[in-house]
Design a protein around this ligand. Structure first.
Ligand SMILES: CC(C)(COP(=O)(O)OP(=O)(O)OC[C@H]1O[C@@H](n2cnc3c(N)ncnc32)[C@H](O)[C@@H]1OP(=O)(O)O)[C@@H](O)C(=O)NCCC(=O)NCCS
Length: 193
């Protein structure tokens, strides 16, 4: 298995994997074209990245990170907001309360690190074999190289696999958030040694 930078040919598979594996947050509810646009924007950013774990042509998982999560959201809204919004409009309207809560959380918690691992997912067949650990470890290294001393991840308080993965990679819980009404999320932070 290798972990490498994602390229544009990987975007559709990454978006599909995100939609299939990550039920947290409102992003998966907005559909594949919206997610593809978001991941294309992540690939273009100077301080954002997507990594894939692959065995030859088979994609086993991906991770995405941003040095400044707020800057990524701003760039996405400026460059992709209208098109992504129009495409997702009916779903966006249905999930509007969750959208507002999610957009509010990054700026509402000034003390949390701005660097973030945005998403990690591994295909069902490849889970439990160290793929997630390899992706999180490389994402942490990349964010460190981009100048981050502290990195956060946000995941559902009931997502045992994700919590175990992040803890195994040195993250510790620093806050609980009600990001989405009725669902508690855990914020875990990694600090450079
Ligand atoms: C979370 C996820 C990425 C973990 O990937 P993975 O490749 O299966 O994880 P790894 O095999 O690298 O395991 C890493 C550590 O987590 C632990 N772990 C993984 N899955 C676990 C589970 N279901 N229950 C308990 N511990 C688990 C492993 O034991 C391992 O710890 P160890 O090395 O100390 O034994 C994967 O389960 C997944 O894709 N889930 C759906 C998407 C998701 O929820 N993403 C996170 C939110 S963005």
């Amino acid at each position: 298995m290798i972990v490498r930078d994602a390229n544009h040919a990987d975007v559709a598979t990454i978006a599909k994997l995100h939609a299939e594996q990550i039920s947290e947050g409102f992003l998966p509810t907005l559909g594949q074209p919206f997610l593809e646009r978001l991941y294309r924007r992540i690939l273009k950013g100077p301080d954002t990245f997507a990594l894939v774990a692959a065995e030859e042509d088979l994609l086993l998982g991906f991770a995405a990170g941003a040095r400044e999560i707020g800057a990524l959201y701003r760039r996405f809204l400026i460059h992709d907001g209208i098109i992504a919004g129009l495409r997702a409009a009916p779903k966006l309207m249905r999930s509007l309360p969750r959208v507002i809560e999610t957009l509010r959380y990054p700026s509402g918690d000034a003390e949390l690190p701005s660097a973030e691992i945005l998403a990690v997912a591994v295909t069902t067949v490849a889970q439990g074999q160290g793929v997630g650990r390899a992706l999180v470890s490389e994402a942490t290294t990349r964010l460190e190289l981009l100048g981050a001393n502290d990195i956060k991840v946000v995941t559902g308080a009931d997502n045992a696999a994700a919590l175990a993965l992040y803890r195994a990679c040195g993250f510790t819980t620093c806050a609980h958030l009600a990001v989405h009404a009725g669902a508690t999320s855990e914020v875990l932070v990694w600090t450079a040694p």
